[in-house]
Design a protein around this ligand. Structure first.
Ligand code: SF4
Length: 258
């Protein structure tokens, strides 16, 4: 549960185009202060991304400390990339951001990464829609789970996975940042195992991003499977900025408290 206990709009002395906003958020019983610099005028969700990442990092630290004191430690390590064969859902703005990241890569890396995406998409297309879990499909949680399992069984490595490590670690998606486990790493080879223990986080930042743009009564979620980001961004334009930084922050905090 999130409590946005205060929201102060303070002019930043060193940047007339930006505002410095102070937030105090209740994270697992701890009140944590954040200072966020945002465009005073029109902004995009990318402008809020550093804050979203910080929320996950702070929440993860709090949770890891709590469980470490009970002798439960995160077992995720560099070089262990089995979870990078799961289908990773992206918020729509993340899909556009990652596309831009790919396009900015030097050659021949850009071409190699795009080829990996196209190969993954081709393999998924060959199986028809039996494993599709795109948010445009009306599926029950059970159906989603079955399809996610089928997808995992294909062992399609994330196109960003290199030598079993994330090659875009600093830019990895929110969902990847949130997923850590305290159970033995070898259990992750079977995602159905009830013995897998994900690290619980005080806030579900990633889920909030899937509802951005909804009206208050609309709980629909929208996402883009990471492996489909090339074709999805081919067909969808990035959202135009129509709201200010503080307005976007207000909406994000509302979704976070759902
Ligand atoms: S983006 Fe990185 S962390 Fe996320 S699934 Fe791909 S390789 Fe793994």
């Amino acid at each position: 549960m999130t409590n946005s206990d205060s929201l102060d709009d303070v002019p930043s002395p060193d940047d007339a185009d930006r505002v410095l906003i102070g937030l105090e958020i209740n994270m697992a019983g701890e009140k944590v202060e954040f200072k966020i610099k945002l465009p005073r005028g029109l902004a995009t969700w990318d402008d809020l991304l550093p804050f979203m990442r910080t929320l996950i990092a702070v929440g993860s630290d709090i949770s890891q400390e709590y469980f470490a004191s009970r002798d439960k430690h995160v077992s995720c390590r560099a070089g262990c990339g089995i979870c990078c064969r799961q289908r990773v859902p992206l918020a729509e703005f993340e899909a556009h951001r990652l596309r831009a990241l790919i396009e900015s890569m030097p050659e021949p890396r850009r071409t190699e990464v795009i080829a990996r995406f196209r190969a993954a998409e081709q393999r998924i297309a060959e199986l028809g829609d039996s494993i599709s879990i795109g948010s445009d499909l009306a599926l029950t949680m059970e159906e989603m789970s079955v399809r996610a399992r089928k997808y995992f069984n294909l062992m399609i490595a994330c196109p960003f996975l290199e030598n079993e490590s994330c090659s875009i670690y600093e830019e990895r998606p929110l969902k990847c940042r949130e997923y850590l486990v305290t159970s033995p790493a070898e259990l992750c080879a079977n995602p159905d195992s009830s013995a897998i223990v994900p690290l619980p986080l005080p806030l579900n930042v990633y889920m909030a991003t899937l509802r951005l743009g909804n009206s208050p009564e609309d709980s629909t979620v929208r996402w883009v499977p990471l492996t489909s980001l090339m074709s999805w961004t081919d067909q969808h334009e990035p959202e135009q900025a129509t709201r200010t930084g503080p307005e976007l922050l207000h909406e994000f905090m509302n979704q976070l408290s759902q």
